[in-house]
Design a protein around this ligand. Structure first.
Ligand SMILES: Cc1cc2nc3c(=O)[nH]c(=O)nc-3n(C[C@H](O)[C@H](O)[C@H](O)COP(=O)(O)OP(=O)(O)OC[C@H]3O[C@@H](n4cnc5c(N)ncnc54)[C@H](O)[C@@H]3O)c2cc1C
Length: 381
């Protein structure tokens, strides 16, 4: 349940391993919701994609990736440098890529569209003699050997499986997008282009700006690596994040959030103000910064959780999608072994849960203590 990064990667991986899987997604289509812009995939995320995607699609994900950040830069609101260092290169054999979220999701959907049901909102599940039945809000249902809740931070599957799970609210952030034309590129200082940066004022109002331009235009990359895949053209853009102490803006509409971002940064350097001013107001949205408390192990042989549904975390370290992809990879591998190792799906998913509990809640704790800023982890892209 859930056709986000985790659910789709798991479905791709299952198909590659000959395991039948169907994804039920609430949204009506792939691009209907504000989902953020740049995602930094580190080694675990890249490995999961390499293992779960057919080779051509994995190569397409790498070919459509965004130019890497070269420096980590912290400044004050007037762009006076406080700290700057080059991003160290990765150890041999490790790979990291920055990807455009919509492009990644389109790649994750490619070739499995027949197994993805859009407009299917999960409501509740019911164990039925060793199997499980998922019920949807439109009155339909589906049976299977294993139900995987991959339905994100507000997971309905988790609500039934772990009704006492607690998600802490760590604050909020406003995200926006500004088209990057040659004029804006010229007018923007190098510290804000192809860097992980954060400009912060003494009161704690902070802006980070990520440059999002692929190595190769997505259509050319698709023609080279997976000619049957259609990807939405994404013109170059800057993705920006505003954080500030205090309660979130009361008006949650895109236009009001954009106005709020412009007003909150009125005292910032003109180069920052220009980026926010030239943003596409309709592309502005707010996210709640959520962090899961450790949950207890559950005992439901036919139900499990992956990704934000079980371990949502602050985006401070840029780990959420990576850990989610790692879950999908691990669960697929465990399920794929059931035939050869003679284990049951229940044992496979129990082993997945045992391992996931270790690495995922360690990542939640690390992200929780991290200032919500550009990720500083080694090798991010
Ligand atoms: C702004 C932002 C920036 C981020 N940047 C990074 C980054 O750089 N690097 C990184 O590693 N992580 C990043 N993250 C975290 C990352 O986006 C998440 O960890 C990741 O998307 C989790 O994937 P998921 O599949 O578990 O959930 P999601 O991607 O949220 O997908 C859940 C899916 O389930 C569907 N769904 C929900 N309820 C139902 C229902 N009842 N029935 C059916 N379907 C349902 C939703 O529509 C959605 O498609 C960022 C997060 C945000 C908000």
């Amino acid at each position: 349940v859930g056709g986000g990064i985790g659910g789709l990667c798991l479905a791709q991986g299952c198909r590659l391993a000959g395991i039948a899987a169907i994804v039920f997604e609430r949204d009506l289509g792939v691009g209907v919701r504000a989902q953020g812009y740049r995602i930094s995939l580190k080694s675990a995320g890249v490995q999961a994609l390499r293992s779960c995607l057919p080779a051509g699609l994995f190569e397409l994900a790498v070919a459509t990736s965004l130019r890497p950040a070269t420096h980590l830069v912290f400044t004050d609101a007037r762009l006076r440098p406080k700290f700057s260092k080059p991003i160290p290169s990765l150890p041999p054999g490790e790979q990291a890529v920055g990807v455009n979220r919509l492009t990644l999701r389109e790649i994750l959907l490619a070739g499995i569209d027949d197994a993805v049901h859009f407009g299917a909102e999960f409501h509740h599940y019911e164990p039925i003699s060793g199997r499980v039945r998922a019920h949807f809000t439109n009155g339909t249902s589906a049976d299977g050997a294993l139900l995987v809740g991959a339905d994100g931070t507000n997971s309905v599957v988790r609500r039934q499986l772990l009704p006492d799970a607690i998600i802490d609210d760590l604050g909020w952030a406003v995200y926006g997008r500004t088209p990057l034309d040659p004029e804006l590129l010229d007018a923007t200082p190098p510290d804000l282009i192809d860097t992980f940066n954060r400009a912060i004022d003494p009161a704690g109002v902070a802006v980070s700006i990520a440059t999002c331009r692929p190595h190769t235009p997505v259509a050319d990359a698709a023609a080279d690596h997976a000619p049957t895949v259609r990807l939405t053209h994404v013109p170059d853009y800057l993705s920006w994040t505003l954080t500030a102490p205090g309660p979130p803006p009361a008006d949650n509409t895109a236009q009001a959030l954009h106005r709020h971002a412009v007003q909150a940064t009125a005292h910032f350097a003109p180069e920052v103000r220009r980026i926010l001013h030239q943003a596409d107001p309709a592309a502005t949205f707010r996210v709640a910064i959520a962090s899961a408390q450790q949950v207890r192990r559950w005992h439901a042989p036919t139900v499990t959780l992956i990704g934000d549904a079980v371990h949502t975390m602050s985006p401070g370290r840029g780990d959420g999608a990576n850990i989610t992809l790692r879950d999908a990879h691990l669960l697929r591998d465990q399920l794929a072994q059931t035939g050869s190792a003679g284990t049951s799906p229940a044992q496979a998913k129990a082993e997945y849960e045992r391992q996931m509990f270790g690495y995922a809640f360690a990542a939640v704790a690390a992200a929780r203590d991290h200032p919500f800023a550009a990720p500083t982890h080694r090798g991010i892209s």
